[in-house]
Design a protein around this ligand. Sequence first.
Ligand code: NAD
Ligand code: 13P
Length: 349
Amino acid sequence: DQLKRVAIVGSGNWGSTIAKIVGTNIAKFNTYEQEVRMYVYEEIINGRKLTEIINQEHENIKYLPGHKLPQNVVAYSDVVEAVEDADILLFVIPHQFVERVCNTIKSRVKKTAFAVSFSKGFYVSQDKRVELLSTVISQLLELPCYVLMGANIASEVAGGSFCEATIGSRNYEHGQLIKSLIQTNEFRLVVKPDTEVIEVLGALKNIVAVAAGFSDGLGYGDNTKAAVIRLGLKEMVKFCEEFFPGHHPHIFLESCGVADLVTTCYGGRNRKVAAAFVKTGKDIKILEEEMLNGQKLQGPDAAAEVQQWLKQRGQANHYPLFVAVHEICERRLEPTTLIDALRNHPEFW
Ligand code: NAD
Ligand code: 13P
């Protein structure tokens, strides 16, 4: 049998963390090519290419500073070259870039390959259709696409703190293969036979995290944030039940559900920038540039995508927290109206 090849599409904060884990794990197997190719969106840092820095110093000094990558992780600036011979494609790019990258590599990936999406968000087409990212990947590349979502602030995972995540795969064999490739002693994985709801939870919790940031920025304490988390979770569950029926009810208790929601509402980038939005009065885009050093926010875009989805279905009134987050980000509502959305939530009718 030929050795299997793994490629990582993306090299941001989470992408580099996944590269560190997979590069280290793969050394334990004799069924894989040892080289793990990682697609790096090229940029120049202090006069040097980021790919060169990664390949010479084995560190992504911009997106995951302070963590060495294993030497078998090799950075490629050409995404086609990175994925061409791969049997397993791990998509870890900000959701805003998924379609563009898929269009670049379509017809260049192996027919027998499969993909895993780690990206949190939705895709909105030119004609305003909203789709799951795993569907976009699967359709454009003509291969199965599974997901991995969980309570995983990247720098903590890279540092080796214990955490867990959920793999969504209805294909048992592929699910187990993904688990063996990514699980470590400190990063424990549960495979569940679903993909859609697991992915949707990962996208929606970022909207709730923006609300948590607004609450923090307004000076409210932990009780208010707990209300944001609970009412946000209610909307997440309602969204899944309404639009993705048939899932296992306990899925919300997995890492991809309540755990990811909690970690992001306390420690995530969406929370941090949303709090600064309230405190400074600056636009989200400006703060993203000022505060994140090239990292990308997923929550404000996800709120716009969900608004689009709900409007198409005449359902916006039933999701006041999601809608308030979008309207506040767009400056059509004041941040304080978040509390009105909570106060008047259908929960209390
Ligand atoms: P990031 O926000 O750290 O980095 C942004 C990345 O986008 C960089 O690698 C940059 O080079 C790249 N980029 C910029 N412009 C680009 C373009 N035009 N085309 C392609 N790439 C471009 O990224 P991340 O944290 O690795 O996030 C990737 C996905 O993983 C997101 O959907 C995020 O929600 C998810 N995720 C992140 C974390 C985390 O803690 N960082 C944890 C779990 C899941
Ligand atoms: P942020 O993008 O808000 O940092 O959230 C990261 C994440 O998805 C943790 O699981």
